[in-house]
Design a protein around this ligand. Structure first.
Ligand code: CA
Length: 229
């Protein structure tokens, strides 16, 4: 049984109780807050391992709570899973940029939410394996755990190689990677990724990313970089 402490932040009592019930059943120690202000106060006092955070709250909203907790060294390490409603997509991106670990859209199935919480706690419990951290930069989100790319909140479907290339580049904006480094980073098993095929992959990747694709720049004679905003 899990014994991690989870703080549920949700102003709607029914959803709050649904979460409390389901999380407690899994063995988590559950505390609840009905407002953003109370959430920050309780997080500072109790240091839960994870906060389930509704974005739509009266007064201090979920994004503000996220910003406050991630901006304070004392609470920065607390994992945050945000709950989002339809139409919240821009806020999801902001939330991830502010350091939230994952998000679950409403209406959610408790089983899905619990699976996400487990995954986040597992990642938080051990240092994330190299190259597995999610990247959020200027409206682009690259989430290796979920193999998901969002541009301005919209999913973009990439091949596994395109995905890894983008993740490497976006992880270090402004940093120039040689074709050799990129080929090395994306090679899998025995499959051979040549310098030339990196160029081909980049064409496809830029096209799929639309306007965001222009951020991937060719550095003549060297390789590629993800341009800083
Ligand atoms: Ca709400």
């Amino acid at each position: 049984m899990a014994h991690e402490r989870i703080l549920v932040v949700e102003d709607e009592q029914e959803i709050r109780e649904l979460l409390r019930y389901n999380l407690a059943k899994e063995g988590y120690v559950v505390h609840c807050a009905a407002s953003g202000e109370a959430a920050v106060r309780q997080a500072r006092r109790d240091h839960p391992e994870l906060v389930v955070l509704d974005l739509m709250l009266p007064g201090m909203d979920g994004l503000e709570v996220c910003r406050t907790l991630k901006g304070d060294p004392a609470t920065r390490a607390i994992a945050i899973v945000i709950l989002t409603a339809k139409g919240d997509e821009p806020d999801v991106v902001s939330g991830l940029e502010l350091g939230a670990d994952d998000y679950v859209p409403k209406p959610f199935s408790p089983r899905v939410l619990i699976a996400r919480i487990r995954a986040v706690l597992r990642r938080a419990g051990s240092d994330p394996p190299h190259g597995e951290a999610a990247v959020a930069v200027d409206g682009l989100v690259v989430h290796p755990g979920r193999h998901e790319v969002l541009v301005a909140g919209r999913p973009v479907h990439l091949t596994p190689t395109e995905f890894r290339l983008l993740h490497v580049l976006a992880s270090r904006p402004g940093w120039v990677f040689t074709r050799y480094q990129l080929a090395d980073a994306v090679h899998e098993g025995d499959s051979l990724v040549t310098d030339r095929s990196i160029d081909v992959q980049m064409v496809g990747l830029r096209k799929k990313l639309g306007a965001m694709g222009r951020r991937i720049e060719t550095v003549r004679g060297v390789g590629y970089r993800f341009r800083e905003g």
